[in-house]
Write a new protein. Structure first.
Length: 302
């Protein structure tokens, strides 16, 4: 077979050895060639790209064992001209972070720590809307891969049974009135158990494994995430902001609820009217409507 394809036996053997070093279990069969027995337990860029149904996201996948933060790596690469759609993944982060400078627990080899580089021709005011879009895509990807349907908590959290499953951090660089690039960081707790989380978050965090009672294939979650993210990103660029908002509201189930939003020492209460075309939360307080761009939301009355 190798000769018919114009490939030398030495080249085939070299390729087999390279795959084995990456963790693939390959069996040699007499007179039949080679058979893939098992894929590596850790993440593999090759496995992620195999069968990935995307045209833009994931054409380049960068996989690291340990980084400070995938968002930081992606941001640096973006400044050096990295292409839209490049994906940055890590098995572990030493400085993972969420919104407002909070740390993000990143135990090795268990969860999903991913950043995607986007270059949308949109004004900076649309960054919150892109965050909502990513939350919708993440929730749909989890459901597609596992059957579990997360709820979205404004602006960027994924919840299961009221516990935090994942989060999104969008960091943008702007030029004049357009986004130069945007790094979309997504963290999802996939296979972590309670003991893998810091003590202070064990009571409020969960994972897909904890909810299902079994391990979950992280590659399947990543593929589903990139595919759903690309689909929604294309819709957004084509002008379907209302589609993003409508689906977000269906998953957030917060319209009409009395909430309190805390930000920078200030607290605002009101009944949720929805979100506007830029992704800001709209609250009705004392007969007037207020627009809230950021903060921590707490539901006071369901």
């Amino acid at each position: 077979m190798a000769r018919r394809l114009g490939v030398s036996r030495a080249a085939v053997w070299k390729g087999i050895q390279t795959l084995r070093r990456k963790g693939y279990e390959i069996e040699a069969q007499l007179a039949k060639g080679y058979r893939l027995v098992a894929s590596p337990k850790g993440l593999s860029a090759l496995e992620i790209k195999r069968g990935l149904r995307c045209r833009l996201l994931g054409r380049k996948v960068h996989l690291f064992q340990v980084v400070d933060s995938t968002n930081t790596v992606a941001y640096r690469r973006a400044l050096k001209g990295a292409e839209e759609g490049e994906v940055f993944l890590a098995e572990s982060q030493t400085g993972g972070r969420g919104r407002m400078g909070r740390s993000w627990s990143s135990p090795a080899g268990l969860n999903l720590y991913l950043s995607v580089l986007l270059r949308p021709q949109l004004p900076p005011a649309k960054v919150p809307l892109i965050t909502l879009m990513a939350a919708v895509a993440s929730a749909e990807a989890v459901e597609e891969a596992t059957g579990l349907r997360p709820e979205i908590k404004w602006p960027n959290d994924l919840l299961l049974r009221g516990r935090k499953l994942g989060g999104i951090l969008a960091e943008a660089a702007s030029e004049a009135d357009l986004i130069a690039f945007l790094v979309l960081g997504i963290g999802i707790n996939v296979n972590a158990l309670a003991r893998d989380f810091p003590e202070d978050v064990r009571g409020v965090a969960t994972s897909l494994r904890q909810e299902l009672g079994r391990e979950v294939d992280r590659v399947e979650v990543i593929r589903a995430l990139l595919e759903r993210l690309e689909a929604w990103y294309v819709r957004l660029l084509e002008g379907d902001a209302q589609g993003v908002i409508q689906t977000w509201e269906e998953l957030a189930r917060v319209r009409g609820r009395l909430v309190e939003v805390a930000f920078m020492g200030d607290r605002v209460r009101g009944e949720v009217q929805g979100v506007d075309e830029d992704g800001a939360l709209l609250l009705r307080e004392g007969g007037r409507e207020r627009r809230v761009v950021a903060g921590d939301l707490k539901v006071l009355r369901w």
